[in-house]
Every structure is written in C-alpha cells, then in structure tokens.
Design a protein around this ligand. Structure first.
Ligand SMILES: [Mn+2]
Length: 333
C-alpha cells in the first residue's frame, strides 16, 4: 500500500458527514461496483452520499440499481452543496484526476480529497491516498475497509456490488491479479449474500445482440502479427453502425482475442465519437502492456492497460506498432 493505510481513510470517512463519490470515465464493473457498494455502505453509516459517474453508466450493470443510486444530483445542485457545506470527496478506481471526466473540478473543490485505487500508475492525487497495486480490484480494498469500519453494515446488496467488481477485474478469478485472498474474499462475499450465478449471468449473459455482432466483426477484422505473438484489431465507427452496437458494447472483445493460442498481446483500436482513438491493450504470459500505454500518456496494469491517441486510426496504429517493434523486433509478419 502506498500513501496512507486504510485506517487513516477509515477515520476520515467516520469524521465526514457529506460524501461525494467519484470514479473513472467508461466506468467498468469494478468502478461501478465500488460506487454502488460505497453509496450503500456510507448511507448505512448515516452519511449523506452522492455518487458522480462521468458519461453514461453501462446498462449491463443496471442490476446493481445504478439508476437509483448513482448520478442522483445535478451538476448545479452538487456545486451549490459543495459551496455551502464541508464535503469529503472520495475517488475510487481512477488512476489520475483527469479520468474523473466532467466531474474533475467538483472533486477538486471538496474540502477534503481522498483517493482509493489499485492502479500502479496512480501517482497519488488527492491529499490522502491509499494505492494498493497488488489488490485485484478496488472492491477488494473496499471490502477490507468496510470490515475495518464495521463489518455488520455489509448487507447482501453491498456484498453483491463488491463481488461484481472482484469478478469483473479478475475475469472471474482467472487473471494474474487473482490472489488466494481474492478467493477468500469472494467466498466471504457469497456468505454475506452475493449470488455468483445471478451476478455472472447479469454481466456475461445479458449482452445486447449488437455487441455480439460487433465482436464477430472485430474478430473477422483481426490480424496476427509478430509471428502470432500479437493480435491487432479494430472497432471503427462504421463497424459500430453496421452492427447496431453502442460505444459501451466493445467490452469483451479484447478478452475474446486474448484466447488465441500463442498470443502475448492484444491491441484493439477503437475510433471514439470525438475523433480520437482509444487503444485497449491486454497482455498474456507476463507481457507488460502498461509500458506501451504509459508511453502515450495512458495507464493501467501490467496485463491490462489503455491509452488515447488523438489522430486518425491509421496514424495511431503506426505509432503503437513502432512501440511494439521495440519489444518484439522489427519483423511484423
Ligand atoms: Mn479496477
């Protein structure tokens, strides 16, 4: 753990009465599970809580009651509240302050700014931060925090939200970040009421048809490079339109491409609606993709990272491949 221990975070939270919660844009299962779990837990502690998720909340996580619990306060109301009262701001799962998107300035205007994260690339923004790069997920850190504050407040809904983040970030306990303790925590969350089959069905078997069509198109467009060590693919605006998928429906494509035998890395280029290119990188067999993402101002983890390149897709590919040449040699065939 870098920064402060969880006991320090716990005491700051105990002292707070108004808490605003923040997370990263394109919020995933860990980010949304953390937001929902914190909202319910802090409410159980008697706090006034509001959660601010940038952009649109992925519909796949609606089973966590994201519609009722998150983004319940408008920007105007939030600014008025933070001007009038001492609000403690807490960011989870965001590796840097820019990832808070349109809520960044609200976070910065809190009387106190706390950060909980598990991204190694997090330099520790906020004045009090706890960053544990060895934790599988923020939800796992939060489970420890909640146990520290008062385990009796962890009900079935909170356990379900935490379990969701845990399986989302570990790929259902498959990835290298899965520790023995992750499984112990998973077991404890099931004992507290999380339902593994319901949660897995909600996340993995409730996809819109368009997202499968998009995945098929992206697999068909993929290329093996560097002697099969790297699989490269694309999600263009045309592919999105043709398949009837939404921007949020690209999750899962990198996981599918990572299944190919012998591949060390997956690179997925996605044309964003603002004209930039989002690059998702996945590694296998310990191949460090974070170093590639950080070269382009991005971040993440050793085996799962990403960056945004402000250029045409073709130019973004040229730049990423030039970087891959450094690690895999010049032969791209
Ligand atoms: Mn996470």
């Amino acid at each position: 753990m870098r920064g402060v221990g969880l006991d320090t975070i716990a005491s700051r939270i105990r002292d707070a009465s108004d808490v605003f919660l923040f997370t990263h844009e394109f919020a995933d299962g860990d980010a949304l599970g953390s937001m929902v779990a914190l909202t319910l837990y802090l409410e159980a502690m008697g706090k006034s809580v509001h959660a601010f998720v940038p952009g649109k909340v992925q519909s796949v996580y609606q089973f966590l009651a994201t519609d009722e619990l998150l983004n319940t306060m408008s920007a105007g109301q939030a600014t008025a509240r933070i001007d009038a009262a001492d609000v403690t701001c807490l960011s989870v799962d965001a590796a840097d302050v820019d990832r808070l998107g349109e809520w960044k300035s609200l976070f910065l205007s809190g009387v106190e700014r706390l950060v909980i994260d598990h991204h190694d690339t997090n330099a520790g923004f906020g004045e009090v931060f706890a960053v544990d790069g060895s934790a599988s997920s923020c939800c796992e850190i939060l489970f420890e925090l909640f146990n520290l504050i008062d385990p009796r407040l962890i009900d079935a809904r909170i356990a379900s939200a935490l379990y969701t983040g845990l399986i989302a970030d570990t790929g259902s306990f498959q990835y290298a970040n899965t520790k023995a303790l992750s499984l112990v925590h998973g077991a404890q969350l099931i004992e507290l009421g999380a339902s593994p089959d319901e949660i897995s069905r909600s996340i993995y078997e409730s996809k819109p048809y368009g997202s499968l069509r998009l995945m098929a198109a992206s697999v068909a467009a993929s290329r093996l490079m560097y002697g099969g060590q790297v699989v490269v693919s694309y999600v263009t605006r045309n592919m999105l339109a043709d398949s009837g998928a939404l921007d949020e429906d690209t999750e899962g494509i990198t996981d599918e491409l990572r299944c190919i035998v012998g591949t060390k890395a997956v690179v997925l280029f996605k044309e964003a609606s603002d004209g930039s290119v989002k690059v998702s990188l996945r590694g296998k067999y310990g191949f460090d993709v974070k170093r590639i993402a950080t070269t382009f101002g991005g971040g993440g983890h050793l085996l799962a990272a990403g960056c945004t390149i402000r250029s045409e897709l073709g130019e973004a590919e040229v730049r990423i491949l030039a970087e891959l040449d450094r690690y895999l040699g010049p032969s791209r065939i």
